[in-house]
Design a protein around this ligand. Structure first.
Ligand SMILES: [Zn+2]
Length: 480
């Protein structure tokens, strides 16, 4: 049997999270809003209006190009008209960059499932406006123009990906980067990150590129994975049956998990591109460029590597702590505020802070429990002034009340009980209340000690020093 290799390239459209649209003052994001509520004569293409380029769109795109390691971010780039007729495109053309895009070249470093890293290249990065949305209802076609003029960045990867899993990995890393840079919310379900996949197969060892199909309308990373896998199987089946793969555009149906042929692909000549006469070229002078690039933060993978180096964290910890920028800021601020080790901070963050974030649906930057609070809780636990379980409960209490941990400990009497007399009295009560267990222990069932310590901890409301409680119980159970 022939072994095939899959060749995948991804075409991504990224909705920039600017306040207004690319060429007018309408609100850019209309998610959940009534159809045609964020429109004006400019974005609906009325005659006699002129587009004005939104400065913030250029700035966010330049930041992204720099983070994608662009070979060149152009001093001068141009807009063009991409002509095609479709009901949701009222002007009859889309304003897009074409032969002179904002940036050329670049790559994204993508950790692969096998533990290695793959450099996935992009040819160029360009700006364009979005079109509207057509909704099919029974015998009607409804059009919502809210999306017209929403700022998009288009980036097309080279044919560098080799499996559905790798394609999914690329999207996961791209989404992380977009949120990290704060240039896009990058939510695929909301259409803020869209992806078309170009898929072809070839015999393993071949270097030619066979005709590819393009999968459209996938709106989740899981969907991309499933759609590509389905298409790979179809192409293998076709080739094995002696058929030729044609360059189709395929539509992914999420509900049924099937691909449907939409149309044969348009070629670029069909679009009759020409320079947009209503817009000046985008001129990125040195001063502006510098001002934008000053905002470029340390990137996720760089930060991950630094965490391993600087704080001696395991790669696993560093990976989780750099999944999101505000989480990694939170970690570093806590380490700075805490005199103890970074690994302890990492443990508390990965177990307890992440759980708190998940339960409350928050990002680290939105927590009421600030890094200084977390550092104080760690301090109290390390100095044995409170037990670890009191510390965990304190996280919630601080989050809810906004009060400092030390203050809550004194106000609620949560300090650890290390007082010998008090623990002895508590141990005595536990033994008195459970004579059967005492008898069993004394008859040789020494494993019961854990149970006794648990009872004592419960009786103290989690405040007993567990080691001391154990010593005292062992002593009392031995029969003085
Ligand atoms: Zn508008």
């Amino acid at each position: 049997m022939t072994t095939y290799e899959t060749v995948i390239g991804l075409e991504t459209h990224i909705q920039l999270n600017t306040a207004s649209k690319i060429f007018c003052a309408c609100k850019a994001d209309s998610w959940g809003e009534a159809p045609n509520s964020n429109i004006c004569p400019v974005c609906t293409g009325m005659p006699g209006v002129l587009p004005v380029l939104n400065r913030a769109v250029v700035e966010k795109a330049v930041l992204l190009a720099a983070a994608m390691h662009a070979d060149s971010i152009q001093d001068l780039s141009f807009f063009a008209r991409k002509n095609y007729f479709y009901p949701d495109l009222p002007k009859g053309y889309q304003i897009s960059q074409y032969d002179e895009p904002l940036a050329r070249g670049g790559f994204l470093e993508v950790p692969m499932p096998d533990g290695g890293q793959r450099r996935v290249g992009i040819h160029k990065l360009h700006l364009e406006e979005d079109a509207g949305k057509t909704v099919h209802r029974a015998h009607h076609r409804l059009i919502d123009f809210n999306r017209c003029g929403v700022p998009l960045v288009e980036m097309v990867t080279g044919p560098d990906l080799r499996s559905a899993d790798e394609a999914a990995q690329y999207l996961i890393r791209l989404r992380q980067l977009l949120r990290w840079l704060e240039v896009s919310e990058a939510d695929m379900e909301r259409g803020q990150l869209r992806c078309d996949a170009n898929v072809s197969i070839r015999r393993l060892g071949e270097t030619i590129l066979n005709p590819k199909t393009e999968i459209k309308n996938v709106n989740s990373i899981e969907g991309v994975r499933a759609a590509i896998e389905t298409e790979i199987k179809r192409q293998v089946r076709e080739v094995e049956a002696g058929h030729v793969i044609e360059a189709w555009t395929l539509d992914w149906d999420e509900e049924t998990g099937t691909l449907r042929k939409m149309r044969s692909k348009e070629t670029e000549a069909d679009y009759r591109y020409f320079r947009e006469p209503d817009l000046l070229p985008v001129r990125l002078d040195a001063a502006w460029r510098q001002e934008i690039l000053r905002r470029l933060p340390e990137l996720p993978l760089e930060r991950k590597e630094r965490f391993v180096r600087q704080y001696a964290l395991p790669a696993y910890d560093a990976e989780i702590l750099t999944e999101e920028r505000s989480l990694s800021d939170y970690f570093e601020e806590t380490v700075e505020a805490h005199a103890g080790g970074a690994k302890a901070v990492s443990n508390w963050m990965m177990n307890d802070v992440l759980r708190l974030l998940r339960e409350r649906g928050l990002r680290a930057g939105q927590l009421g429990l600030r890094p200084a609070h977390l550092a104080q809780i760690l301090q109290l636990v390390e100095e044995k002034r409170i037990t670890a379980s009191t510390g965990k409960a304190l996280l919630e209490k601080v989050e809810e009340s906004g009060r400092a941990p030390g203050e809550i400990v004194s106000a609620e009497g949560l300090a650890q009980v290390s007082d010998d007399e008090a623990l002895r009295a508590m141990a005595g009560q536990v033994m008195q209340a459970n004579p059967e267990q005492v008898a069993a222990y004394r008859a040789g069932k020494q494993t019961l000690i854990g149970w006794f310590v648990g009872q004592a901890m419960r009786a103290s409301g989690g405040k007993a020093n567990p080691n001391l409680a154990r010593t005292i119980l062992e002593e009392l159970l031995r029969g003085e």
